[in-house]
Design a protein around this ligand. Structure first.
Ligand SMILES: C[S@@+](CC[C@H](N)C(=O)[O-])C[C@H]1O[C@@H](n2cnc3c(N)ncnc32)[C@H](O)[C@@H]1O
Length: 245
């Protein structure tokens, strides 16, 4: 199986994975939230709530939400944890534009600011944030270890990393059902609604290639994170990975 870094949205050798991922999210941004809710039957909202609930016990005051997209995790963190500051960073300007509108509608501009940036080259100083979060983002990195290394660098010593990401269910019959749904049904609905031929096919392929469960915590260990562990959600459709610096 190819490494997740080798899985790209489009078959275009001339454009890097990062460039392709940016174009894809810029294109599907207007449909992204609606498709998330529809394709997951609304469960994605509960996954993010659970992720923030786990982070809440650490009471972070400054949070960097990597690959914030349309801002759902950042908004949930603001409403539930009440930190002083959240920065939501994403490589897709179109995703952020929708995120900023949502933040304004909820009156959270004083807490959440959003900016375009690449997680693999963060502009922030070392030891800057109490917590770094990422929901469904790290799977899209061009260089996974570089991105995670940057997340480690900007965390304060003792700070908390929380990553929510798809994983491959291991138990019968969910494993078989998930495969059928993710491989055949979801890309078809995604294609019709988002008008992008490949986006939801890429979702399936990137989840297949992603190093999940112990493979992911082993990468976190290698980077230097401590107390790495994970919690499965919905019988392994997703995992929340937790680690400390
Ligand atoms: C599946 S969306 C997740 C958005 C949001 N976190 C959520 O929970 O809905 C993945 C996001 O990762 C962003 N992304 C991918 N690679 C990135 C990178 N290198 N730096 C910053 N953002 C990136 C994409 O632009 C996209 O908005």
């Amino acid at each position: 199986m190819p490494a997740s870094e080798q899985i790209t949205p489009y078959e275009d050798d001339k454009v890097s994975k990062k460039g392709q991922v940016t174009s894809m999210f810029d294109k599907i941004a207007p449909y992204y939230d609606q498709l998330n809710r529809f394709l997951s039957l609304g469960i994605d909202v509960l996954w993010r709530k659970k992720t923030i609930k786990l982070l809440k016990s650490y009471q972070p005051e400054t949070i960097l939400d990597i690959a914030t997209g349309t801002g759902d995790l950042a908004i949930e963190a603001a409403l539930s944890i009440h930190p002083k500051q959240i920065i939501g960073l994403d490589i897709s300007a179109n995703m952020l534009q929708i995120g900023e509108e949502k933040v304004a509608k909820k009156g959270l501009q004083n807490v959440i600011s959003m900016e375009v940036g690449d997680s693999e080259n963060l502009r922030f100083d070392t030891d800057s944030f109490d917590a770094v979060t990422a929901a469904f983002g790290v799977r899209n990195f061009e260089n996974l270890e570089k991105g995670l290394g940057e997340m480690y660098r900007v965390l304060k010593p003792g700070g908390t990393l929380v990553v929510l990401e798809f994983s491959k269910p291991r138990v019968f019959p969910l494993k078989q059902f998930f495969n059928l749904y993710f491989k055949n049904i979801l890309p078809l609905i995604g294609k019709l609604r988002s008008k992008d031929q490949r986006a939801y096919q890429y979702l399936y392929e990137s989840v297949q290639a992603f190093p999940d469960y112990e493979k992911f915590t082993a990468i976190l260990d290698k980077i230097g994170f401590t107390q790495t562990n994970y919690k499965t959600l919905s019988a392994g459709i997703c995992c929340i990975y937790l680690a400390k610096k």
